[in-house]
Design a protein around this ligand. Structure first.
Ligand SMILES: NC(=O)c1ccc[n+]([C@@H]2O[C@H](COP(=O)([O-])OP(=O)(O)OC[C@H]3O[C@@H](n4cnc5c(N)ncnc54)[C@H](OP(=O)(O)O)[C@@H]3O)[C@@H](O)[C@H]2O)c1
Length: 275
Protein backbone atom coordinates (compact mmCIF):
# COMPACT_ATOMS: atom_id res chain seq x y z
CA UNK A 1 0.00 0.00 0.00
CA UNK A 2 1.42 3.36 -0.95
CA UNK A 3 1.56 5.78 1.95
CA UNK A 4 1.58 9.43 0.99
CA UNK A 5 3.12 10.70 4.14
CA UNK A 6 6.48 9.02 4.40
CA UNK A 7 8.91 11.42 6.05
CA UNK A 8 11.60 13.18 4.05
CA UNK A 9 14.64 15.06 5.19
CA UNK A 10 15.92 18.14 3.45
CA UNK A 11 19.65 17.91 2.78
CA UNK A 12 21.90 20.94 3.25
CA UNK A 13 21.50 21.94 -0.41
CA UNK A 14 17.69 21.84 -0.26
CA UNK A 15 17.24 18.42 -1.92
CA UNK A 16 14.54 16.27 -0.29
CA UNK A 17 15.43 12.65 0.54
CA UNK A 18 13.06 9.98 1.92
CA UNK A 19 14.15 8.88 5.38
CA UNK A 20 13.37 5.22 4.74
CA UNK A 21 14.88 3.58 1.68
CA UNK A 22 15.51 0.16 0.19
CA UNK A 23 18.95 -1.52 0.27
CA UNK A 24 20.05 -3.87 -2.50
CA UNK A 25 23.35 -5.36 -1.32
CA UNK A 26 23.53 -9.09 -2.17
CA UNK A 27 20.54 -8.95 -4.51
CA UNK A 28 21.56 -10.35 -7.88
CA UNK A 29 20.01 -10.68 -11.34
CA UNK A 30 16.21 -10.86 -11.76
CA UNK A 31 15.79 -11.12 -7.98
CA UNK A 32 17.04 -7.52 -7.82
CA UNK A 33 14.50 -6.12 -10.30
CA UNK A 34 11.68 -8.07 -8.65
CA UNK A 35 12.60 -6.84 -5.17
CA UNK A 36 13.06 -3.21 -6.29
CA UNK A 37 9.74 -3.27 -8.18
CA UNK A 38 8.02 -4.69 -5.07
CA UNK A 39 9.63 -2.02 -2.92
CA UNK A 40 8.49 0.76 -5.26
CA UNK A 41 4.96 -0.71 -5.34
CA UNK A 42 5.00 -0.77 -1.57
CA UNK A 43 5.84 2.93 -1.45
CA UNK A 44 9.62 3.07 -0.97
CA UNK A 45 11.02 5.99 -2.95
CA UNK A 46 14.74 5.65 -2.20
CA UNK A 47 16.81 2.83 -3.72
CA UNK A 48 20.41 2.27 -2.64
CA UNK A 49 22.84 0.48 -4.94
CA UNK A 50 26.60 0.58 -5.64
CA UNK A 51 28.96 -0.35 -8.45
CA UNK A 52 30.34 -3.03 -6.12
CA UNK A 53 26.92 -4.75 -5.81
CA UNK A 54 26.97 -5.58 -9.53
CA UNK A 55 23.23 -5.04 -9.74
CA UNK A 56 22.96 -1.48 -11.10
CA UNK A 57 21.51 -2.71 -14.43
CA UNK A 58 18.71 -4.55 -12.65
CA UNK A 59 18.05 -1.67 -10.26
CA UNK A 60 17.86 0.77 -13.18
CA UNK A 61 15.52 -1.52 -15.13
CA UNK A 62 13.13 -1.73 -12.18
CA UNK A 63 13.15 2.05 -11.69
CA UNK A 64 12.44 2.61 -15.40
CA UNK A 65 9.75 -0.09 -15.54
CA UNK A 66 8.02 0.98 -12.33
CA UNK A 67 5.80 3.50 -14.11
CA UNK A 68 6.96 6.17 -11.70
CA UNK A 69 8.40 9.43 -12.97
CA UNK A 70 12.15 9.62 -12.66
CA UNK A 71 11.90 12.52 -10.23
CA UNK A 72 9.69 10.45 -7.90
CA UNK A 73 12.48 7.97 -7.12
CA UNK A 74 15.65 8.89 -5.24
CA UNK A 75 18.50 6.75 -6.58
CA UNK A 76 21.83 6.39 -4.75
CA UNK A 77 24.98 4.71 -6.01
CA UNK A 78 28.61 4.58 -4.87
CA UNK A 79 32.07 4.66 -6.37
CA UNK A 80 34.09 1.56 -5.44
CA UNK A 81 37.54 1.58 -3.83
CA UNK A 82 39.39 0.48 -6.98
CA UNK A 83 38.03 3.54 -8.83
CA UNK A 84 39.22 6.19 -6.39
CA UNK A 85 41.14 9.12 -7.92
CA UNK A 86 39.87 12.07 -9.99
CA UNK A 87 39.77 10.59 -13.51
CA UNK A 88 38.82 7.06 -12.37
CA UNK A 89 35.90 8.36 -10.34
CA UNK A 90 34.58 10.37 -13.28
CA UNK A 91 34.83 7.24 -15.47
CA UNK A 92 33.19 5.11 -12.78
CA UNK A 93 30.31 7.57 -12.60
CA UNK A 94 29.81 7.39 -16.38
CA UNK A 95 29.70 3.57 -16.19
CA UNK A 96 27.25 3.66 -13.28
CA UNK A 97 24.88 6.00 -15.11
CA UNK A 98 25.10 3.84 -18.23
CA UNK A 99 24.40 0.62 -16.31
CA UNK A 100 21.47 2.23 -14.51
CA UNK A 101 20.14 3.68 -17.78
CA UNK A 102 19.47 6.99 -16.03
CA UNK A 103 20.49 10.56 -16.91
CA UNK A 104 21.43 11.60 -13.39
CA UNK A 105 21.86 10.29 -9.85
CA UNK A 106 20.15 11.71 -6.79
CA UNK A 107 23.05 10.81 -4.53
CA UNK A 108 26.56 9.54 -5.27
CA UNK A 109 28.78 8.37 -2.42
CA UNK A 110 32.43 7.44 -1.97
CA UNK A 111 31.93 3.88 -0.73
CA UNK A 112 34.94 3.67 1.67
CA UNK A 113 37.57 6.24 2.76
CA UNK A 114 40.48 4.45 1.08
CA UNK A 115 43.73 6.35 1.19
CA UNK A 116 45.38 8.08 -0.57
CA UNK A 117 42.83 9.00 -3.27
CA UNK A 118 39.51 9.77 -1.60
CA UNK A 119 40.14 13.52 -1.66
CA UNK A 120 40.66 13.42 -5.44
CA UNK A 121 37.47 11.36 -5.78
CA UNK A 122 35.65 13.98 -3.75
CA UNK A 123 36.87 16.65 -6.18
CA UNK A 124 35.43 14.54 -9.04
CA UNK A 125 32.11 14.36 -7.17
CA UNK A 126 32.20 18.16 -6.78
CA UNK A 127 32.73 18.49 -10.55
CA UNK A 128 29.79 16.14 -11.32
CA UNK A 129 27.62 18.00 -8.81
CA UNK A 130 28.45 21.36 -10.41
CA UNK A 131 27.56 19.85 -13.82
CA UNK A 132 24.18 18.88 -12.29
CA UNK A 133 24.68 15.19 -13.02
CA UNK A 134 24.19 14.42 -9.31
CA UNK A 135 21.66 16.19 -7.08
CA UNK A 136 23.57 15.55 -3.84
CA UNK A 137 27.01 14.18 -2.99
CA UNK A 138 28.16 12.31 0.05
CA UNK A 139 30.40 9.70 1.59
CA UNK A 140 30.10 6.33 3.22
CA UNK A 141 31.95 4.78 6.15
CA UNK A 142 33.77 8.06 6.82
CA UNK A 143 34.93 8.69 10.39
CA UNK A 144 35.34 12.15 11.91
CA UNK A 145 38.97 12.51 10.80
CA UNK A 146 38.06 11.61 7.18
CA UNK A 147 35.25 14.18 7.22
CA UNK A 148 37.57 16.79 8.69
CA UNK A 149 40.09 16.26 5.90
CA UNK A 150 37.37 16.83 3.27
CA UNK A 151 36.15 19.90 5.15
CA UNK A 152 39.62 21.41 5.23
CA UNK A 153 40.69 20.52 1.67
CA UNK A 154 37.52 20.77 -0.43
CA UNK A 155 34.92 23.36 -1.39
CA UNK A 156 31.68 21.40 -0.93
CA UNK A 157 30.93 19.55 2.31
CA UNK A 158 29.39 16.04 2.15
CA UNK A 159 25.61 16.14 2.42
CA UNK A 160 25.21 12.52 3.58
CA UNK A 161 27.37 10.01 5.45
CA UNK A 162 26.13 6.42 5.13
CA UNK A 163 27.65 4.13 7.74
CA UNK A 164 26.90 1.07 9.83
CA UNK A 165 24.38 2.09 12.46
CA UNK A 166 21.97 0.02 14.52
CA UNK A 167 21.12 -0.32 18.23
CA UNK A 168 24.28 -2.38 18.82
CA UNK A 169 26.62 0.07 17.03
CA UNK A 170 25.54 3.67 17.60
CA UNK A 171 28.75 5.67 16.99
CA UNK A 172 27.32 8.63 18.91
CA UNK A 173 30.35 10.94 18.47
CA UNK A 174 30.23 10.44 14.71
CA UNK A 175 26.46 11.02 14.66
CA UNK A 176 26.89 14.22 16.73
CA UNK A 177 29.67 15.45 14.41
CA UNK A 178 27.44 14.85 11.38
CA UNK A 179 24.53 16.69 13.03
CA UNK A 180 26.75 19.67 13.87
CA UNK A 181 27.92 19.87 10.25
CA UNK A 182 24.48 19.22 8.71
CA UNK A 183 25.58 15.91 7.23
CA UNK A 184 22.57 13.60 7.05
CA UNK A 185 23.28 10.22 8.66
CA UNK A 186 22.10 7.15 6.77
CA UNK A 187 22.21 3.74 8.45
CA UNK A 188 23.43 0.68 6.61
CA UNK A 189 22.86 -2.71 8.21
CA UNK A 190 19.99 -1.16 10.21
CA UNK A 191 18.53 -4.61 10.94
CA UNK A 192 21.92 -6.06 11.96
CA UNK A 193 21.51 -8.34 8.91
CA UNK A 194 18.98 -10.19 11.03
CA UNK A 195 21.58 -11.18 13.65
CA UNK A 196 20.21 -9.36 16.72
CA UNK A 197 16.49 -9.21 16.02
CA UNK A 198 15.89 -11.76 18.79
CA UNK A 199 17.14 -9.41 21.52
CA UNK A 200 14.70 -9.58 24.49
CA UNK A 201 14.15 -5.79 24.61
CA UNK A 202 13.24 -5.66 20.90
CA UNK A 203 10.87 -8.59 21.35
CA UNK A 204 9.29 -7.01 24.43
CA UNK A 205 8.80 -3.65 22.67
CA UNK A 206 7.47 -5.47 19.61
CA UNK A 207 4.79 -7.11 21.77
CA UNK A 208 3.95 -3.80 23.42
CA UNK A 209 3.52 -1.91 20.12
CA UNK A 210 2.23 -4.93 18.12
CA UNK A 211 5.15 -4.62 15.74
CA UNK A 212 8.14 -6.81 14.84
CA UNK A 213 11.67 -6.21 16.23
CA UNK A 214 12.69 -4.99 12.73
CA UNK A 215 9.86 -2.43 12.74
CA UNK A 216 10.84 -1.27 16.24
CA UNK A 217 14.41 -0.63 15.07
CA UNK A 218 13.34 1.19 11.90
CA UNK A 219 10.92 3.37 13.87
CA UNK A 220 13.74 4.17 16.34
CA UNK A 221 15.85 5.33 13.36
CA UNK A 222 13.08 7.48 11.94
CA UNK A 223 12.32 9.16 15.26
CA UNK A 224 16.02 9.97 15.62
CA UNK A 225 15.99 11.57 12.14
CA UNK A 226 18.40 8.93 10.86
CA UNK A 227 17.74 7.55 7.41
CA UNK A 228 17.70 3.73 7.09
CA UNK A 229 17.93 1.48 4.04
CA UNK A 230 16.89 -2.07 5.05
CA UNK A 231 17.33 -4.77 2.42
CA UNK A 232 15.03 -7.72 1.88
CA UNK A 233 14.42 -10.19 -0.92
CA UNK A 234 11.11 -11.28 0.60
CA UNK A 235 7.80 -9.76 -0.40
CA UNK A 236 6.50 -9.98 3.18
CA UNK A 237 9.57 -8.44 4.78
CA UNK A 238 9.75 -5.66 2.15
CA UNK A 239 6.20 -4.75 3.22
CA UNK A 240 6.92 -5.23 6.93
CA UNK A 241 9.93 -2.92 6.85
CA UNK A 242 7.90 -0.14 5.22
CA UNK A 243 4.97 -0.46 7.60
CA UNK A 244 6.45 1.80 10.26
CA UNK A 245 4.58 5.06 9.78
CA UNK A 246 1.50 4.25 11.89
CA UNK A 247 2.99 4.15 15.38
CA UNK A 248 5.33 6.11 17.60
CA UNK A 249 7.81 4.95 20.22
CA UNK A 250 7.73 6.77 23.54
CA UNK A 251 10.83 8.76 24.53
CA UNK A 252 11.37 6.30 27.36
CA UNK A 253 11.43 3.36 24.94
CA UNK A 254 13.78 5.21 22.59
CA UNK A 255 16.14 5.66 25.54
CA UNK A 256 15.89 1.94 26.35
CA UNK A 257 17.01 1.09 22.80
CA UNK A 258 19.78 3.71 23.09
CA UNK A 259 21.16 1.61 25.96
CA UNK A 260 21.73 -1.43 23.70
CA UNK A 261 24.96 -0.08 22.20
CA UNK A 262 27.86 -2.57 22.40
CA UNK A 263 30.12 -1.13 19.67
CA UNK A 264 29.36 -4.34 17.79
CA UNK A 265 30.33 -4.14 14.10
CA UNK A 266 29.02 -6.32 11.29
CA UNK A 267 31.47 -4.78 8.84
CA UNK A 268 35.12 -3.74 9.05
CA UNK A 269 36.41 -0.69 10.91
CA UNK A 270 36.88 2.05 8.28
CA UNK A 271 40.50 2.65 9.39
CA UNK A 272 41.24 -1.00 8.89
CA UNK A 273 40.00 -1.99 5.47
CA UNK A 274 41.98 -4.28 3.20
CA UNK A 275 39.72 -4.48 0.13
N1 LIG B 1 27.90 1.76 2.41
C1 LIG B 1 28.26 0.54 2.78
O1 LIG B 1 29.44 0.24 2.99
C2 LIG B 1 27.20 -0.48 2.95
C3 LIG B 1 27.52 -1.70 3.55
C4 LIG B 1 26.50 -2.63 3.69
C5 LIG B 1 25.22 -2.34 3.26
N2 LIG B 1 24.94 -1.15 2.63
C6 LIG B 1 23.58 -0.83 2.14
O2 LIG B 1 22.69 -0.91 3.24
C7 LIG B 1 21.65 -1.85 2.94
C8 LIG B 1 21.18 -2.54 4.19
O3 LIG B 1 22.22 -3.22 4.85
P1 LIG B 1 22.37 -4.82 4.82
O4 LIG B 1 21.67 -5.34 3.61
O5 LIG B 1 23.78 -5.14 4.98
O6 LIG B 1 21.66 -5.29 6.16
P2 LIG B 1 20.17 -5.19 6.79
O7 LIG B 1 19.28 -4.38 5.95
O8 LIG B 1 20.36 -4.82 8.22
O9 LIG B 1 19.70 -6.69 6.81
C9 LIG B 1 19.35 -7.41 5.68
C10 LIG B 1 19.15 -8.86 6.13
O10 LIG B 1 18.10 -8.91 7.10
C11 LIG B 1 17.04 -9.75 6.62
N3 LIG B 1 15.77 -9.05 6.89
C12 LIG B 1 15.26 -8.00 6.22
N4 LIG B 1 14.11 -7.59 6.77
C13 LIG B 1 13.87 -8.42 7.82
C14 LIG B 1 12.83 -8.53 8.77
N5 LIG B 1 11.81 -7.67 8.76
N6 LIG B 1 12.92 -9.51 9.70
C15 LIG B 1 13.95 -10.38 9.72
N7 LIG B 1 14.98 -10.34 8.83
C16 LIG B 1 14.93 -9.37 7.89
C17 LIG B 1 17.29 -9.91 5.13
O11 LIG B 1 16.88 -11.20 4.71
P3 LIG B 1 15.80 -11.37 3.49
O12 LIG B 1 16.40 -10.71 2.29
O13 LIG B 1 15.69 -12.85 3.38
O14 LIG B 1 14.54 -10.70 3.97
C18 LIG B 1 18.79 -9.78 5.01
O15 LIG B 1 19.41 -11.02 5.29
C19 LIG B 1 22.34 -2.78 1.94
O16 LIG B 1 21.42 -3.59 1.24
C20 LIG B 1 23.07 -1.79 1.08
O17 LIG B 1 22.19 -1.16 0.18
C21 LIG B 1 25.92 -0.22 2.49
Amino acid sequence: MYMEKQPKVVLRNGVGMPLLGFGTYQLQGPETSEAVLRALEQGYRLIDTAAMYQNEEDVGRAVRESGLKREEVFVTSKVWNSDLGYESTRKAFDSTIKRLGLDYLDLYLIHWPCKPHYIESWQALEYLYEKQLIRAIGVSNFLIHHLESIHSECAVKPMVNQFEFHPFLQQSELVDFCKTHKIQVQAWGPLTRGQHLGHPLLIELGQEYKKSPAQIILRWNIQKGISAIPKSASKERIAENFNVFDFELSLEDIKKIDCLNQNYRLGPHPDNINF
